[in-house]
Design a protein around this ligand. Structure first.
Ligand SMILES: Cc1cc2nc3c(=O)[nH]c(=O)nc-3n(C[C@H](O)[C@H](O)[C@H](O)COP(=O)(O)OP(=O)(O)OC[C@H]3O[C@@H](n4cnc5c(N)ncnc54)[C@H](O)[C@@H]3O)c2cc1C
Length: 392
């Protein structure tokens, strides 16, 4: 059986659902969102970078483009929550600790230019403000109290999908197995059988899109391993001494850099502080390696490092249990997402989110939707900055 669509979005992750929502706003049921939902039981599906409860959101950033993407997206969080009736945003603020005060001052300035309220603090002032955090005496600190905190990526994705459907868009729970481009459009064969014929398609399949060959051209992307650790804390601690904990970024010496969320309630009914890192850049080079990495518990050396960070930064916290898992991010040479036609006016890609796009999925998804419609990017953004040519 062949299903038809004017606009097909492959991938129901954070970018795909955001692009679907923006496309459905103008094209309603001409939009089809394709991808697997959450994995159920032992079923193997390509996973996304959102099967979790916490992603840090902030405007302060070293790169003005990322700061603008974040500002646009964060400004629309509350409206999306109200319209979808799916809450996903907690404004607990962001505390950034940095060994390099010039780098931090620059990120604060970029944030301020994008209208964020960012205050530079001494280590002593930060310790007074957050007594639970052992701020190193040598750290430069920046505090963004508003338009910052944490979002639930699963819920954010669900809210985008709810709005896509509310605007008339369609959703198909299936996996793209093969793709062909011709002069009239794109044909996608589904792993479950059947096919889709679309005038224009967007590949927004995260780490899989970088490796599975569906785009049928060389992609300037690197899929990098990431390990996250979950430190379980008692519900009393989450509601008590840790209740005011902000999201934290630590760019301290020695590397790797780390980030940490406040305790969040997970689907198993327990509270976890989630911590992750940006360290040794080890690439995953094929789909089998990516599948295996997603199914595993991450790199034991990184797990050890992250457990030590929790002990050092939150010394009074009693950890009840530890868990860890592998996840993956996709990097581009130019540090910006790749938003371009892989095959002119037929097949586009929205890939390469530098591990930074959860908070900004709305704005990046909107650019991808505009690309598919042949429209300029919003806010005067120059599309040339996001092309294959710019990525080199
Ligand atoms: C450990 C970790 C921590 C992070 N922390 C932050 C953070 O604190 N703040 C922040 O802003 N960002 C963060 N990020 C980055 C953010 O999560 C990603 O940038 C974002 O999820 C990327 O969205 P995406 O839609 O491109 O890909 P994904 O969210 O990975 O979604 C891709 C989707 O495509 C589907 N798919 C794959 N193959 C196919 C196929 N063949 N057919 C159909 N569907 C397919 C997958 O099932 C998935 O649903 C983090 C990422 C990781 C890994």
């Amino acid at each position: 059986m062949t299903q038809r669509a004017k606009y097909l979005v492959i991938g129901r992750g954070m970018l795909g659902t955001a692009a679907g929502m923006h496309l459905a706003t103008v094209a309603g049921d001409a939009v089809l969102l394709l991808g697997p939902g959450e994995p159920v039981g032992a079923a193997r599906v390509p996973l996304g970078a959102f099967h979790d409860a916490g992603r840090i959101t902030r405007i302060a950033d070293e790169n003005p483009v990322w700061a603008e993407f974040a500002r646009h997206s964060i400004a629309r969080y509350r409206q999306l929550e109200v319209e979808s009736e799916i809450p996903f945003y907690r404004t607990c603020g962001l505390l950034w600790l940095d060994a390099d005060s010039a780098r931090l001052a620059h990120a604060a300035e970029v944030g301020a230019e994008a209208c964020a309220d960012v205050v530079l603090l001494s280590a002593e002032e930060a310790r007074e403000r957050f007594p639970e955090i052992a701020v190193p005496a040598t750290a430069a600190c920046a505090w963004q109290p508003r338009q910052a905190g944490v979002i639930d990526p699963r819920a954010y994705r669900a809210a985008m999908e709810e709005r896509t459907i509310a605007k008339g868009g369609r959703v198909l729970d299936a996996v793209a197995a093969a793709l062909a481009v011709d002069g009239g459009g794109v044909t996608v064969a589904l792993a479950e059988g059947g096919q889709i014929r679309a005038e224009r398609a967007l590949i927004a399949t995260g780490a899989y899109g970088a490796l599975d060959g569906l785009a049928q051209r060389r992609l300037p992307l690197a899929v990098l391993r990431r390990t996250t650790v979950m430190a379980e804390v008692a519900a009393e601690a989450a509601a008590g001494p840790l209740a005011d904990l902000p999201s934290l970024i630590g760019k301290l010496a020695p590397a790797p850099w780390w980030y940490l969320t406040p305790p969040l309630l997970y689907p198993d009914g327990r509270y976890y502080v989630k911590i992750g890192e940006t360290g040794e850049e080890i690439a995953l080079t094929d789909v089998a390696a990516l599948d295996a990495w997603f199914a595993g518990a991450g790199d034991p050396r990184v797990v050890e490092f992250l457990r030590a960070v929790v002990a050092r930064v939150l010394p009074s916290v009693e950890v009840l249990s530890w868990r860890s898992r592998g996840c993956a991010v996709v990097h581009t040479p130019h540090g910006l997402p790749l938003l371009d036609w892989a095959h002119p006016a037929r097949l586009a890609v929205a890939l390469g989110c530098m591990g930074s796009a959860a908070k900004s999925a709305d704005a990046i998804g909107e650019c991808a939707a505009r690309l598919l419609q042949g429209q300029p990017f919003p806010g005067g953004l120059d599309p040339a900055r996001f092309t294959f040519a710019a990525a080199g």
